[in-house]
Structure formats: structure tokens, C-alpha cells
Design a protein around this ligand. Structure first.
Ligand code: NAD
Ligand code: TYD
Length: 351
């Protein structure tokens, strides 16, 4: 595929996917289509922005005319759709924005691609990046989500992602559009917006601020280093079977409270603090409404069919992550101060 449109490429995972594709596929033109909401930050892609095979376009996935025009202008054959509202806590207070971006935005992308490709599916692919949260919540009993687990979303975020997954499959089943869907577990790593657990807590430790653990902290998440996710996206994009779903996960389950204790230990060590210095910051706060108890992914289909496996151990990945946030305090300060929002105007003028 020569021309690949990646939506949400200025966000956390999207920026890793864009960087990987721009660097690995110099003969492909990578078009990053992103609205630059609060979660989009072009500074995440500073190192690739001057490359010949990379173009940034500011736009909204809900804007049918613009999406269609961009598909046409760049002769797009492949779409990797990551643009979304992604934070569960925000979805609890503002579900409409999640329905708009995640459901209507995905439907708009599908319809624009269908109208542009006009049934000539040869060499085309719509790849939808989704989450394990569509499957709902597991008990603490060793069970794991597979590709045939029932959809049972609980939060407005996961309900909106579930709906978008259904639309993608509907376009495959109804019109024959070549699609793949992946459902991935919690990601962590560089460039994650510091409202999510790991970067928020690293930043708070840095400033000696409280670490708000929701409820008892016994909820379990299955953590995957973001580079491992980006590599899985690459493999599925190139080798995945059309119409299929692949689960992606690190087989790396942690109770929140244990993860927070480990994070505190690593961060204190890297800051040169005495062991135990930041333990006092751990603060139990009111639980998230409808807080899913446990997520865990069975990725054996992806491993068996396409040979993917995580390469980073959690110890490696987490230490690299803490080190990255501490070494890149300028990035972190730019995001927390809001200055990152001016990056686009500085780079591209105020268009
Ligand atoms: P993010 O919030 O960091 O980034 C989202 C990006 O989408 C931002 O750059 C934002 O500007 C852009 N965007 C939002 N609304 C848009 C719109 N209307 N038009 C165009 N661009 C828009 O999200 P993330 O954590 O990188 O997640 C990316 C995708 O991966 C999402 O679809 C998410 O559901 C999925 N996912 C995330 C995780 C995770 O742990 N973060 C796990 C599994 C799946
Ligand atoms: P988060 O990073 O928001 O991801 P998700 O909700 O998509 O799993 O949260 C990860 C876990 O950490 C989740 O169980 C909620 C919990 N959490 C806290 O305890 N405190 C916090 O401040 C945040 C942001 C999350």
C-alpha cells in the first residue's frame, strides 16, 4: 500500500504508529489526520515532521466532506483509524462527545472510504483500532477476553468503542469492505497524556503531589508497552485477514495498588530519593463510577496466526517509561501548562 491515512496520529498510540510507519516504510506516504483536541500534540512527532513521506492534515473525522477530499487528494489505499476520545473519566462526565467522535466519527470515516473506493476493494484496507474494554469486566478468576467474548461495555467510553466496532464489521458484512479490528489492553509508555494513571502518577511524584488511587486499588489491568502495540498494528495491517478481529495484550496483569507501589519505587530511585520517600503520597479516593474490576486479554490468536509477541518485559518498559518522563520534563511541563496547544500555530501558522 502506497498511501496510508492514520487518524489520531498526534495522540499517544497514534504518534508511535505514525513514527513507526514513516520510518519503516519510506516508499509509503503517511498522512496523519488529526483534529488536535486536548489529547493531540504535534510535539509527539517532532522527530518525523520534516520527513518527505509524512504529511500532517488538521481535520475532524466527523467532517465527511473533508475526509472524502483528503482520501481523494492523497489517493489513500489504507486507513488506520485511531482517532477517538479515549479517557473513561471524561466519558462519565461528557458522554455526548464520545458518541460523536467515536461512533459518528468512525461511521463518517467508513462512509467516506466506501464512497471514495467505490467498491474497488483491491489493495484497500480499513483498520480499526479498538479496546478490550468493549468486552466489559472480568472477575478475578483467571479468565481472559478472547475474540469471541460477548460485548458487554459498561462505561460511555467502552459503549462508544463497542458501537464503532459494530459499524466497522457491518461495513464488511454489508458492502464487502476489507476491514480488520484489533482490541488491545491498557497501553503505557512515552507521550501518554498525563491524565492516565501512569504518566499522571509519575508527574505527581515528581511534584510531591497526592497519588489518587480509586477505591481500594484492587482493580486489575493488563499492561502493554506502546511500542509492542505499534508493532502489532504494523503486523496486522500487513498480514491480518480481512474481516477478522485480533486481541492484543501483554499477559501482564497488575492490581492498581501494586502497580502504583512499583511505580513509586522506580520513580524514587530514578529521582535519587531515599526508598519509601513518596509512599506517603498514595491516597485512596472515591472510586470511579461503574469501575470495571478486571481486564485481561488472550492474545493467542494473534500470536498463533501472525507470530506477534510482546518484546518488552514490564520491568524494562516501566523503567524506560519513568526515565522518559523524567528526562522529558519539558514535554510534560508543556502539556500540563497547556503550552503544547500553541505548537500547531507555531509550526503551521494559525490555519
Ligand atoms: P489519545 O486520547 O491519546 O489520542 C487521540 C487522538 O485522536 C488525539 O490526537 C486527538 O486529537 C485525536 N482526535 C480526537 N477526536 C478527533 C476527531 N474528531 N477527529 C480527528 N482526530 C481526533 O488516545 P490513545 O490512547 O492514543 O488511543 C488511540 C486509540 O487506541 C483510540 O481509538 C483508543 O480507543 C484505542 N486504545 C487505547 C488504549 C490505551 O490504553 N490508551 C488501549 C486500547 C485501545
Ligand atoms: P486509566 O489509565 O484511566 O485507564 P482505563 O480506565 O482505561 O483502564 O486507569 C487505569 C486504572 O487506574 C483504572 O482501574 C482506573 C485507575 N486510576 C486510578 O486509580 N487513579 C487515577 O487517577 C486514574 C487516572 C486511574
Amino acid at each position: 500500500m502506497g498511501n496510508i491515512l492514520i487518524t489520531g496520529g498526534a495522540g499517544f498510540i497514534g504518534s508511535h504508529v505514525v513514527r513507526r510507519f514513516v520510518r519503516r516504510y519510506p516508499n509509503c506516504h503517511i498522512i496523519n489526520f488529526d483534529k488536535l483536541t486536548y489529547a493531540g500534540n504535534l510535539a509527539n512527532l517532532r522527530d518525523v515532521e520534516g520527513m518527505d513521506n509524512y504529511t500532517f492534515v488538521r481535520g475532524d473525522v466527523c467532517d465527511y466532506d473533508m475526509v472524502r477530499e483528503v482520501l481523494c487528494r492523497y489517493h489513500v489505499d489504507g486507513i488506520i483509524h485511531l482517532a477517538a476520545e479515549s479517557h473513561v473519566d471524561r466519558s462519565i462526565y461528557d458522554p455526548f462527545t464520545f458518541a460523536q467522535t467515536n461512533v459518528m466519527g468512525t461511521l463518517t470515516m467508513l462512509q467516506a472510504a466506501k464512497d471514495y473506493w467505490q467498491g474497488n476493494w483491491n489493495g484497500k484496507l480499513f483498520y480499526h483500532v479498538s479496546t478490550d474494554e468493549v468486552y466489559g469486566s472480568l472477575a478475578v478468576d483467571g479468565s481472559r477476553f478472547t475474540e469471541i467474548s460477548r460485548y458487554e461495555p459498561h462505561s460511555p467510553y467502552s459503549a462508544s468503542k463497542a458501537s464503532s466496532d459494530h459499524f466497522v464489521r457491518a461495513f464488511h458484512d454489508t458492502y464487502g469492505m476489507p476491514v480488520v479490528v484489533t482490541n488491545c489492553s491498557n497501553n503505557y509508555g512515552p507521550y501518554q497524556f498525563p491524565e492516565k494513571l501512569i504518566p499522571l502518577f509519575i508527574n505527581n511524584i515528581r511534584h510531591g503531589r497526592p497519588l489518587p488511587v480509586y477505591g481500594s486499588g484492587e482493580n486489575v489491568r493488563d499492561w502493554l508497552y506502546v511500542e509492542d502495540h505499534a508493532r502489532a498494528v504494523d503486523i496486522v495491517f500487513h498480514e491480518g485477514r480481512s474481516g477478522e478481529t485480533y486481541n492484543i495484550g501483554g499477559a501482564n496483569e497488575w492490581r492498581n495498588i501494586d502497580l502504583v507501589r512499583l511505580l513509586v519505587r522506580i520513580t524514587d530511585r530514578l529521582l535519587g530519593n531515599a526508598p519509601g520517600t513518596s509512599d506517603r503520597l498514595i491516597t485512596h479516593v472515591t472510586d470511579r463510577k461503574g469501575h470495571d474490576m478486571r481486564y485481561a486479554i488472550d492474545a493467542s490468536k494473534l500470536t498463533g496466526e501472525l507470530g506477534w509477541q510482546p518484546e518488552y518485559s514490564f520491568e524494562q518498559g516501566l523503567e524506560a517509561t519513568v526515565r522518559w518522563y523524567l528526562d522529558n520534563d519539558e514535554w510534560l511541563d508543556g502539556v500540563t501548562s497547556g503550552d503544547y496547544m500553541n505548537y500547531y500555530a507555531r509550526m503551521y501558522g494559525d490555519r
